[in-house]
Structure formats: C-alpha cells, structure tokens
Design a protein around this ligand. Sequence first.
Ligand code: UDP
Ligand code: MG
Length: 314
Amino acid sequence: MKLSLVVPCYNEAGNVRPLFDKVNEEFENKISDYEFIFVNDGSKDETMSELERISSSTDIPVTIVNFSRNFGKEAAIFAGLKEVSGDMITLIDADLQQDPAYVVKMVEYLDENPEYDCVAAYQEERHEGAFIRFCKRRFYHLINKMSDTEFVDGASDFRTFRANMKNAILEMSEYHRFSKGIFSWVGFNTYYMPYDADARLSGASKWSFWELCKYAIDGIVAFTTVPLKISTYTGFFTALAALIYIIVVIIEKLAFGIAVPGYATIVVLILFLGGLQLLALGINGEYLSKTYIQSKHRPIYITKEVKSNAKKDA
Ligand code: UDP
Ligand code: MG
C-alpha cells in the first residue's frame, strides 16, 4: 500500500520543514511507502526554496507543483490530487494544525475496515470565539436544510481516502470548488474520526470573518438552488399580503370612512419592498456570476512547473 500526502502551501516557509520531519517521525516503522505532493500556491515568501531544499535532501519521493500565482486552497488540492500515485491519499495542511499522528490512525482504520473508503477528521470541540462558533453552527443547519448533499459540522479537509474516491473527486472539474460539498457529493463510505486541531506553528491563517461569510455563500450557491426559489415565494407572499391590505383599506374607507394614514406607511413599504427586490436581484446575481465564470471554462489553476526528485524511468 502506498500513501500520497497532498499538502497545499501558501506562505508556509516556516512550516513545511517541520511538517516534513514530523510526518517522517510519526510514520517510522508504521508506514513505509509514501510520497509527498507539495503544492506551492503562489507563496510570496521562501516556501518554494524550502520545498526544493526538502526535495533534494531526501530519498522519499517529493513532487512540487508550483503555481503561477495564488489560486486558493481548493485549486491546490485539485492540482495535488492529479499528481498522486498512491492507493490512499491524505490531505493535510502545511501549518501543523493537523497532527500527522492522526494520519497513521486513519490509514490503520482504512486497512482494518475495507468497507470504508474515507476517514475524515472532525473537530468535536472548536477552539474559536462563541460568535464564530454560533455562526458556523447556523450555517451547517441552514445548508443541510437547503441542500441534498450532507454537510457535517466540524468535518475538515484533513482526510484520507482511497484512490477510487480521488478519481471521483477529479471528475468534478467545476471552477468554484467547495471541497466540503464535493467530498460529500461523490458519496463513498466515510468514517468521521474526532481530532483536536492544534494552533498554527507559524504564520497567520488567511480566514477573517468576512472571508468566512464569502466562503459560506459560495458553499450555498455551489450546492443548492433553494435561495433562487426563496425570492419567488417571497414575491408571491408579499403580493398576497398587498392584496389583502388593499381589501382592508377599501372596506375601512367605504364602511367606516377612515382615511388611510399615508406617509409613514408608504415610506416603510417602499424601503421594505426595495430591500426585498435588491436581495432577490443579489441572489440571482450570485448564481449568474458563478455561471458566467464557469462558462468561460478557464483552468482551475496554472502551473509554472512540476518538480520531482523521483528517478525517472529511462
Ligand atoms: N492555503 C493555500 N492557499 C491559500 C490559502 C491557504 O494553499 O490561498 C493552504 C495553507 O498553506 C494551509 C491550508 O491551506 O496549508 C490551510 O490554510 P489556513 O491555515 O490559512 O486555514 P485554516 O487552518 O485557518 O482553516
Ligand atoms: Mg491552518
């Protein structure tokens, strides 16, 4: 059994060597046949030269996919998966938040349980602020309500799966890659293994609250069209409410001679309806923009070079 580790790296100069060493240390006497696929996602620091140093200093097969610019983690994972040659594949971050000791456990689990195709690590306990935790929980609740694809709260990209699942993932060549959804969408039996994420070894995470919001919207747009229907329903019910109100106003005027108090009601209604219309337009726009980009069929990433320390056969 050969294991391929896919590691997306964006400004991880201080982390790639410690990760490489930690993996080798954990794998010793447990996993012997493995390779690294590092994807340098347009890092602006010394990540690439660090990777080259690692590659030239070891007998362990190391492949480096060097992007022409930053394309994002999802693109990096996709590119990495294209290069793997193992029977099992592990996706692991470069920042050592995910302890390589779990990889050994994942591989053992798959070895012992042939009916499973994937072991995904999930965080039972999140070490985040209460507000972010609340937002994430709401997000999972919402997207699971709207989408047929199952999204598991706390499940991460940190996972190990068999080559058949990798092939299925590679067949999904969509431009906007929301990997949490893609992993569920392709199916296969997944075992969720609890793990505790560590703190980043060095550097900063790229996730701000705003980034998380955009990510959530991308996920919803990628895996459900329910928001498009919401505007239809909202329009229908608003029109119905207006109709009822018209009847009430007419009856009030004819039967009781009550003059309709005007100004405030009109302002509130205009603002309310204007808001609803803009919201509906915005939702449409989200889907349209994704369709527009996808219709250009641009590549998901561009590689500058692929380097490997493996000896080429003749
Ligand atoms: N990453 C990447 N491209 C990006 C952003 C991140 O390849 O544009 C990599 C990053 O180097 C790390 C992994 O994706 O190995 C997770 O990123 P990060 O630690 O910022 O995310 P978090 O752990 O906070 O979810
Ligand atoms: Mg991280």
